[in-house]
Design a protein around this ligand. Structure first.
Ligand SMILES: Cc1cc2nc3c(=O)[nH]c(=O)nc-3n(C[C@H](O)[C@H](O)[C@H](O)COP(=O)(O)OP(=O)(O)OC[C@H]3O[C@@H](n4cnc5c(N)ncnc54)[C@H](O)[C@@H]3O)c2cc1C
Length: 427
């Protein structure tokens, strides 16, 4: 079966159990095998409850990758990911199998800033350039010259990524990680982790207040729609449960709530024959509305994150078309006059794997469970960060520290310490 996925029960023992078979889980599994000291020695198991990925974020993403961030760590992760994607077949190619084709579109991101946001945009671009990214700053006049279809009213400054930015096919990256990991011997199974068997009081940890640390001994993997479950004994567990990572962590340590939760986001697809055309990058407007070209037939897709008080109900993945009419379309038509005459063709909803504390990834050892590592909370950036995040978490598991990129500021410790690490360039 693809990715070594099997309906048979999981093994009774694994060295590392990765919970969640989205792009992050498979990236961690791949890197564990790619970096293991003695090839073939380590038993890695990926547990995924839904083999159709009907609600997983990975296959509902817009597929964007950019270098334009405000945190050095995010820039570095994306720079690594861009180089990984550029040479993807060196990493994820499997001998005898067709090459990986990510359908990469190198069209760049275009951020627009109002007078109020211009200084921050300029500061971010300075940092991005210091980190090696190629980003241009455009005055409104230069912006109009380069992209004549943009209405520059209210724009004080723009930044445009010249390299390593664009979008690619999320399914292709997920499938490639899965196929390669399976070829390296990663095991996988369909099942839901609903509980853990813990041993407690193995030590004391400082998490704002002293409290006992526990340890996962068994991961209970339940078969779908059944009471049957298989306890899998393991040394290490990686929580890569995406939007459900907070819920999963709570099963292991109910006293320490991680603020990782689903937030529903809508993506609308529209047709506009007179729209920007082939030269259309992924544009992020001063209002927060974003869009990009979708193929070459005059289609576009986009949306916006709602205000905190308008966050939609997350119990289903129904699309709110009124949100487009009221909150997205007016801004689109203001920024691109041709969009006044667009026709919505389709839409979908997906869950951002959202970190409600500071909207940044949480990567590292759980403060209250000795052998649980968290790789979640990417808040809309997990697809592009998966190659770097997977490697970082594998390094932590195998070597006890970050080696290639120092991502220690993303550690869960900051949550308990109340020290946010916020990315300002969010979409
Ligand atoms: C509309 C939208 C647009 C986006 N656009 C972009 C973009 O342009 N660029 C970008 O980089 N990112 C984007 N993202 C974000 C990106 O999709 C996510 O950050 C990323 O996919 C997270 O991957 P994941 O593997 O952690 O989560 P998922 O893909 O959700 O995988 C987690 C998996 O864990 C499984 N699971 C959960 N709990 C359990 C359990 N108890 N037992 C077993 N399995 C379990 C779930 O079934 C799921 O399949 C977007 C997201 C959305 C919703």
């Amino acid at each position: 079966m693809p990715g070594g996925r099997s309906r048979s029960p999981p093994p009774e023992q694994a060295d590392v159990v990765v919970v969640g078979g989205g792009v992050v889980g498979w990236a961690v599994a791949y890197w564990l095998k790619a970096l293991e000291g003695r090839p073939g020695a380590m038993r890695v198991l990926v547990v995924e409850r839904d083999p159709t990925y009907s609600r997983a974020s990975s296959v509902r993403a817009v597929g964007g990758i950019r270098q334009q961030f405000s945190l050095p760590e995010n820039i570095r992760m994306s720079r690594f990911s861009a180089s990984f994607l550029r040479t993807v077949n060196e990493h994820l190619g499997v001998p005898g199998e067709p090459p990986v084709d990510l359908q990469f579109n190198p069209s760049g991101y275009l951020f627009l800033a109002s007078e109020r946001g211009a200084a921050a945009l300029e500061r971010n671009v300075r940092l991005q350039r210091d980190e090696g990214a190629r980003v241009a700053l455009l005055s409104p006049a230069r912006l109009k010259e380069k992209f004549p279809w943009v209405n520059v009213d209210g724009v004080a400054l723009a930044s445009y990524g010249l390299e390593d930015e664009g979008w690619f096919d999320p399914w292709a990256l997920l499938g490639a990680f899965r196929r390669k990991a399976a070829s390296l011997g990663v095991l996988s199974c369909v099942g839901e982790v609903k509980s853990f068997v813990m041993s407690s009081n193995v030590g004391l940890v400082a998490t704002g207040q002293e409290q006992p640390v526990s340890r996962i001994r068994y991961v209970n993997v339940h078969a779908a729609d059944s009471r049957e479950y298989q306890p899998v004994s393991c040394a290490v567990v990686v929580n890569a449960a995406g939007a459900w990572a907070g819920e999963l962590a709570q099963l292991a340590e109910p006293r320490l709530r991680l603020p990782l939760e689903p937030r529903k986001r809508f993506v609308y697809v529209w047709h506009c024959p007179d729209g920007p055309g082939l030269e259309c990058p992924l544009l992020v407007d001063t209002s927060g509305v974003y869009f990009r070209r979708d193929g070459i037939g005059g289609n576009y897709l986009g949306g916006r994150s709602p205000a905190e008080e308008d966050e939609p109900d997350t119990s289903d993945l129904e699309v709110d078309y009124d949100f487009f009419q009221e909150k997205v379309w007016p801004e689109l038509a203001r920024r691109v006059p041709a969009f006044a005459a667009l026709k919505v063709r389709s839409a979908w909803a997906g869950y951002y794997d959202y970190n409600a504390f500071d909207r940044s990834a949480v990567l590292g050892a759980h403060p209250g469970v000795e052998n649980l590592f968290v790789a979640a909370g990417f808040s809309g950036r997990g697809l592009q960060q998966a190659p770097a995040a997977g490697r970082a978490v594998a390094e932590l598991v195998l070597r006890g520290r970050f080696q290639s990129l120092d991502l220690s500021r993303f550690g869960p410790g900051r949550l308990a310490a109340g020290e946010p690490l916020a990315e300002s360039a969010v979409v």
